[in-house]
Design a binder for this molecule. Structure first.
Ligand code: FES
Ligand code: FES
Length: 155
């Protein structure tokens, strides 16, 4: 019989306690156990950034962290940041600049972009590109994404 461990974490401001398999990744836990499917799963080995989440204020790869490692942590997902309106400016800019096509990369891209917004400085386009370099987009060619982020961070 598989062993399970009890974890308690704060997800988008709500305390959650569940029994989890020790091998379950955080992004799978959020999607499968809590129905928070806004965090996507692409490569499952830390390359594409589709699973980007915020844990204790820092962005992490949800596919590289186990749910048990998040025990006691605060976890924020795209759903939480959307509901709190923290992402409102970026979402508006992405929409207006056509910075998404299929949308698969968009939640992770917005999480990474908001991390840059929170640094509260005026990055160059190269610095914006560098900051999102761990988030892959197969559709847009990045130009419109950088345009949208630039409008928010330098606007
Ligand atoms: S699914 Fe986590 S980095 Fe690709
Ligand atoms: S919009 Fe399709 S992967 Fe980025």
């Amino acid at each position: 019989m598989d062993q399970t461990l009890v974890v308690t974490l704060m997800v988008n401001g709500t305390q959650v306690t569940r029994s989890v398999q020790p091998r379950q990744h955080l992004v799978d836990f959020l999607r499968d156990e809590l129905g928070l499917t806004g965090s996507h799963i692409g490569c499952e080995h830390g390359v594409c950034g589709a699973c980007t989440l915020r844990v204790n204020g820092e962005i992490v790869r949800g596919c590289l962290m186990l749910a048990v490692q998040a025990n006691g942590c605060r976890v924020d997902t795209i759903e939480g940041l959307s509901d709190s309106k923290e992402l409102a400016k970026l979402q508006k800019a992405f929409h207006e600049k056509n910075a998404l096509q299929c949308g698969f990369c968009t939640p992770g891209m917005l999480m990474a972009a908001q991390d840059l917004v929170r640094l509260n400085r005026k990055p160059t386009r190269e610095e914006i590109r560098s900051h999102i370099s761990g988030n892959y987009c197969r559709c847009t060619g990045y130009q419109a994404i950088v345009d949208a982020i630039e409008e928010v961070v330098n606007g």
